[in-house]
Design a protein around this ligand. Sequence first.
Ligand SMILES: Cc1ncc(COP(=O)(O)O)c(C=O)c1O
Length: 388
Amino acid sequence: MQKKSWRINEKEYEYLSAVLESGFPGSASVSFTAKLEKMFAEKFNSKYAISFANGTATLHAALVAAGVGPGAEVIVPPLTMTATTMAVLFTGATPVYADIDPDTFLISPTSIRKCVTSRTKAIMPVALYGLSPDYDEINKIANQYKLTVIEDDAQCFGGKYKGKMVGTLGDIASFSFQNSKHMTCGEGGMVITSNPEHAVSIRRFSSLGYGNVSAEPGKSRINKNELVKPDFARHVSLGYNYRLSELCSAVAYAQLEKLETFIACRKKCAAAYSEVIGNTSWLKAQKNPDNCENSYWAYTVKLVNPEVGWTDFYDKFKEFGGDGFYGAWRLSYNEPFLQNVIPEYQRQCPVAESTQPLLMQFKTNYGSEPEIAEQAEALRKTLDFFGR
Ligand SMILES: Cc1ncc(COP(=O)(O)O)c(C=O)c1O
């Protein structure tokens, strides 16, 4: 008996069944992974798309492809899900924190410039909540100092910057298919790049360093005639097994076919929240620069009313039928595991410090007009309660 939801329906079941019916005869039979990668590359205007088990492994592989390792520094924002920082640490490099813009909540190019040292190897901006950082300015810095730019676009599918797709603005871009994201297969991820050397390195890293993998979809399998021989040398470099399973690829492929619908739902929901907030002076929504299209993984607002506490607002919103919302993650360098590791001088992001506690991340993944209306109405009642 198939149980369906607005995000998961016939196609996911159909493609999953096809994989199960294949009986996993061997890696040569893989097809959804190849189809997914091909379609993803086309949709995101990229030469290569390489699938991964999650959107942290993607960042790890991208950093290694950029030559990041022990002794190097990578500039990252402190306000993001901490996987951005963890991926840098996996390589043995040091994350260096650039402060954020108080209105867009995104990494600030002015602050990035101040963080560059002779050890900086890469910049890893995050398209936070679905909004693109200022890539013209970031790329200027990267070109000047010969740094690789890795986009962490886990939260941004279908965002645009000056008319260009988010994902095509740096050297390498990373996406996540974790369950809260625009498209999902439970856990998964994708790296895109148009640089063939980066692409081969990333594929190899995801695939235990097998020498005969290719960046091209579907050609990344071991040739059986070679493989059976006892003197076959398989591994030319150190790698992880970070591959996306065929089952997850089947679901992700069905999701990718519907991606535009998912993005449209999120935007519709954001528009409904925005209409309710209107000119309320003490709620500042994430500022959307005119040249950017936000894809609204979340609709995020800053609560700037000294008389209304974050928890008071949360409780009232729930009381009025709201689904709840999330506070922003602690700044990465303030997470317990890092507090004593990152030196004090690298923990000076005053704008992020003052902004993070005030943020409210409203969910946008609702699939129907009534659900969106219900959340918007709860927000309206909450604002009326506290007085606009
Ligand atoms: C900005 C950002 N980067 C990286 C990740 C990590 O992705 P995953 O959970 O797929 O490993 C996430 C996911 O939640 C994220 O939001």
